[in-house]
Design a protein around this ligand. Structure first.
Ligand SMILES: *Cc1c(COP(=O)(O)O)cnc(C)c1O
Length: 491
């Protein structure tokens, strides 16, 4: 086995080196601040311009993203998005406007927001939409606050519980708890659907709502949705959807037709803004007419004089200072207009086709707990490999050696050693085949050379990280003598 070479990125700083030459002073020198305000030492690297350029270029090449390779991180929809939409959002009429400028001067922006509200209501089969929420989780927060406002308006004080299936996204129970509800978990049945008997026994006049991630985090579409809706509404509850992963059902299924009362959609993920990296998001909430009067403000309305911001009569209020993340809205609008109804339908067809292709090609090698047609993602279990002493974490790390970002692992929790794989609609058959090949090679290595998996990754810039420390105490700043420890500089 090849031993990894450890070394420090050489400290390129040398006293006296400079990156630029300033012209001769041709104005009177200005006074320096008083002595006590001046620093004695300033630890900055002394380097030439080309060294700085190379240092940062080298750092940038250590990164992995959708622009460098396949990124099947389940539930996150790490798909490639058209560059054209990045150009559109940079148009000065979009990029240079200010939230507080006179409304008459931003009529085009308001028109875009108005039409986007309408498109999203149409796509989800709902009656109204608010673009205010700035993330998927904030859209869920809006949904649950709407549920609360709805029951309060009916003086229905008993409803303090929210039921969440165990196959829901983790933000669903967290959001319900944040809004002061008690959360109870509905178990899934053997097929990966909501266990109807359990739901039936749990659904009473204390339940404010049931939240359904559609498709659920097993990547499955629950065919019993009509029964669920009947049960929940029959006992006075509301049905909330989590539509973060809309790229699986666009143009195929409308949440409104399923009996859903409110649903948030993630414009990042589905509609042309990358998810991840902590960048701006947008999680509009779409509702049936019965909830429209509570929607978060502002909404955009059209009247005789043009477009205006409005606040619904008993709005749950604002979710942020201004109007949501406008740039993300522009890209979503451009995406919807570019693709049209037919194109949006194809997005979902390809997302589902790609996931099912992976499923069929890999199911002989990795255990498939729910052997049925999946939606935009497929969840395998590393259970067979675990029996040979190789964990899903090892498989994920080994994938890095083959040049792929691993799938989401150990989530959803209902699957032992889960590998939640979302290829997305933008990947070609060649890329999927290369990934399938790598996964098959890894399955063979589990049999023949498990050690190579335990010690993976071998050829990445850094080896296994203390992920908790990296997340809690990120070291993002250059400090003298504190360079990144790099294993394979040529990577
Ligand atoms: C991504 C996701 C969320 C959360 O969205 P954020 O924008 O990251 O807050 C919620 N539910 C599901 C199903 C998701 O996939």
């Amino acid at each position: 086995m090849k031993l990894a070479r450890h070394y420090l990125l050489p400290d390129i700083s040398q006293p006296g080196k400079t990156g630029c030459s300033l012209p001769q002073l041709d104005v009177p020198p200005s006074e320096l601040p008083p002595e006590e305000l001046l620093r004695r030492e300033l630890e900055l690297p002394e380097v030439s311009e080309v060294e700085v350029v190379r240092y940062f270029t080298a750092l940038s090449k250590l990164n992995y993203g959708v622009d460098t390779g396949f990124y099947p991180l389940g539930s996150c929809t790490m798909k490639y998005n058209p560059r054209l939409h990045e150009d559109i959002v940079q148009l000065p009429g979009f990029a240079s406007i200010h939230p507080y400028q006179p409304i008459e001067s931003v009529q085009g922006a308001l028109q875009l927001m108005f039409e986007l509200q309408e498109y999203l209501a149409e796509i989800t089969g709902m009656n109204a939409a608010s673009l205010a929420p700035m993330a998927g989780a904030q859209g869920e927060l809006a949904s649950i606050l709407l549920v609360k406002a709805y029951h309060q308006s009916r003086r229905d004080k008993l409803r303090k519980k929210i039921l969440v299936p165990d196959s829901a996204h983790g933000t669903n129970p967290a959001t319900a708890a944040m809004c002061g509800f008690e959360v109870s978990t509905i178990p899934s049945n053997k097929e990966g659907n909501v266990d109807l008997e359990s739901l039936e026994s749990m659904m009473n006049e204390e339940v404010a709502a049931v939240t359904l991630t559609i498709p659920n985090t097993l990547g499955l579409f629950d065919p019993q949705i009509a029964e669920i809706s009947h049960l929940v509404h029959g006992r006075g509850g509301l049905l909330c959807g989590d539509g973060a992963n809309l790229n699986s059902v666009l143009g195929k299924v409308k949440f409104g037709d399923l009996g859903i009362d409110c649903v948030q959609v993630n414009l990042h993920k589905t509609f042309s803004t990358p998810h991840g990296g902590g960048g701006p998001g947008s999680g509009p909430v779409c509702v049936k007419a019965s909830l429209a009067e509570f929607l978060p403000s502002p909404l955009v309305a059209k009247n005789a004089g043009g477009y205006v911001f409005t606040t619904p009569p008993v709005s749950i209020g604002r979710l942020g200072a201004s109007y949501g993340n406008f740039g993300v809205m522009v890209k979503a609008y451009a995406y919807i207009r570019t693709l049209g109804a037919e194109g949006l339908r194809e997005v979902s067809e390809n997302a589902v086709l790609n996931a099912n292709y992976l499923k069929e090609k890999l199911k002989a090698y990795y255990y498939l707990p729910y052997a049925r047609t999946c939606m935009h993602e497929v969840v395998f279990s590393g259970k067979k490999q675990k029996a040979k002493g190789v964990r899903t974490l090892d498989i994920a790390k080994r994938l890095l050696d083959y040049g792929f970002h691993p799938p989401t692992i150990y989530f959803p929790l209902v699957v032992d050693e889960a590998l939640m794989t979302e290829p997305t609609e933008t990947e070609s058959k060649e890329t999927l085949d290369a990934y399938i090949d790598a996964m098959k090679k890894i399955a063979r290595e589990v049999e023949e050379n498990p050690e190579i998996l335990h010690t993976a990754p071998h050829n990445t810039p850094v080896r296994r990280l203390d992920e908790v420390r990296a997340a809690r105490h990120p070291d993002l700043r250059w400090r003298m003598g504190n360079q990144v420890k790099i294993t394979n500089p040529k990577h």
